[in-house]
Design a protein around this ligand. Sequence first.
Ligand SMILES: *Cc1c(COP(=O)(O)O)cnc(C)c1O
Length: 488
Amino acid sequence: MDPEEFRRLAHAAVDWIADYRAGIGELPVRRDVEPGWVRAQLPAHLPERPQPFEALLAEIDRVVVPASTHWQHPGFFGYFPANASLHSLLGDMLSGGLGAQGMLWSTSPAATEVEQVLLDAFAGALGLDPAFTFGGGGGGSIQDSASSAALVALLAALHRAVPGWRERGVDGTERVYVTAETHSSLAKAVRVAGLGARALRVVDPAPGSLAMDPAALATALRADVEAGLRPVLVCATVGTTGTGAVDPVREIALAAREHGTWVHVDAAWAGVAALCPELRWLLDGVDLVDSFCTDTHKWLLTAFDASLLWVRDAAALPAALSITPEYLRNAASESGDVVDYRDWQVPLGRRFRAFKLWAVVHGFGLEGLRAHIRTHVELAAAFADRVRAEPGLALAAPPSLALLCVRVVTGAGAEADDAATRTVLERVNAAGAELLTHTTVEGRYAIRVAIGSVATEAEHVAALWERLRAEASAVRDSSDHAAGTGHG
Ligand SMILES: *Cc1c(COP(=O)(O)O)cnc(C)c1O
């Protein structure tokens, strides 16, 4: 393919994307697909000869679209959003067009320094302590995911807590502190790092809350140290995946400081909201921690993958991760004047991920990004008010930013409520115009309403409300009939 042919075919690809996005609201958010349906549609053998690009586009329409969950759909309220704004796609295309490898500064200085400048400026926009910037002795990097960010933070913490860890590995005394609400990526990081599940200490929540109890953490840390165990890392979550609960970062950091334990803040979904000054309370205490992570590939309009990780000590990740074979030796690295991002992550190679974030910030401006967050937070607050005012529905947890947990109230006990809530979720999803997912809150089934998809506007949230309310009242009526207790 020469560049002229690329120009023609890329226009066709862009047209396909534009048409898909323009019509996405007409598609069901998710269609039921039998396992194996997609595989059965596709040839089992690779083509011997080149095929026309148009044939590939046709296969996307025939096979891929019908078997996709449309995450960019305005009726997508499931999980957390995975916004792929059109701005970010432009950046991603340019990144692929450059095709640069940014593993070392010297393999593409721009890929490294654009990322450094963006992360420093982004830290300022979030109101992070300047200690997290390169100028302040720390620094940021773009990881593929919050899961990877947690893993490398854990490796840096191991290097700090366990002398000789790089040579001898772990010895079974290491401990990592989480809560029952902490994301599963922490448990995975503990397993990948070879600590084994015995290293995980699940700290109790504060009474009547889903957030970590700092007093319980302090007690656990002291008891472990007295028992000859080694606290390695405490993970505080700002915006848990289930309910959006916020751990008290400041108190957690103070408890950990006594033992020199690394504190990682996982703010994968919620952290970007701190771009809005009125939501900056979310980051209270982050000035005391060692590492902080937030995903721009969830709420903040940047196509997966772009998870921002800042560390207070720019030497911490390289100290844990750097291994230099001869073929990577170069004068710039040896001068110590540059950042080699391969030492901040597990893989060697890395894409120019900063490009798509750059395109987003450039295209929306901070005002546009704040408006995006604020709109969803306001829509969620209004939705919560409606739930409170509706006799057959209740909030299952305190609303958090743009996330609500809702349950149906039947009056016939917890089990009946759980069953009715599950049925309502299934019925809303079966209608196809919206997609909801669920969680459990203190063992009870709850519908999660995560507002924040890139195309979601007030009218879509209003439509969701109407459907949810109608389905809830239909399900309650039918359970009343079944129980013979009609309520009029
Ligand atoms: C989504 C989420 C993660 C995992 O995010 P990835 O970037 O997909 O790895 C981790 N922590 C929290 C709190 C999350 O909500």
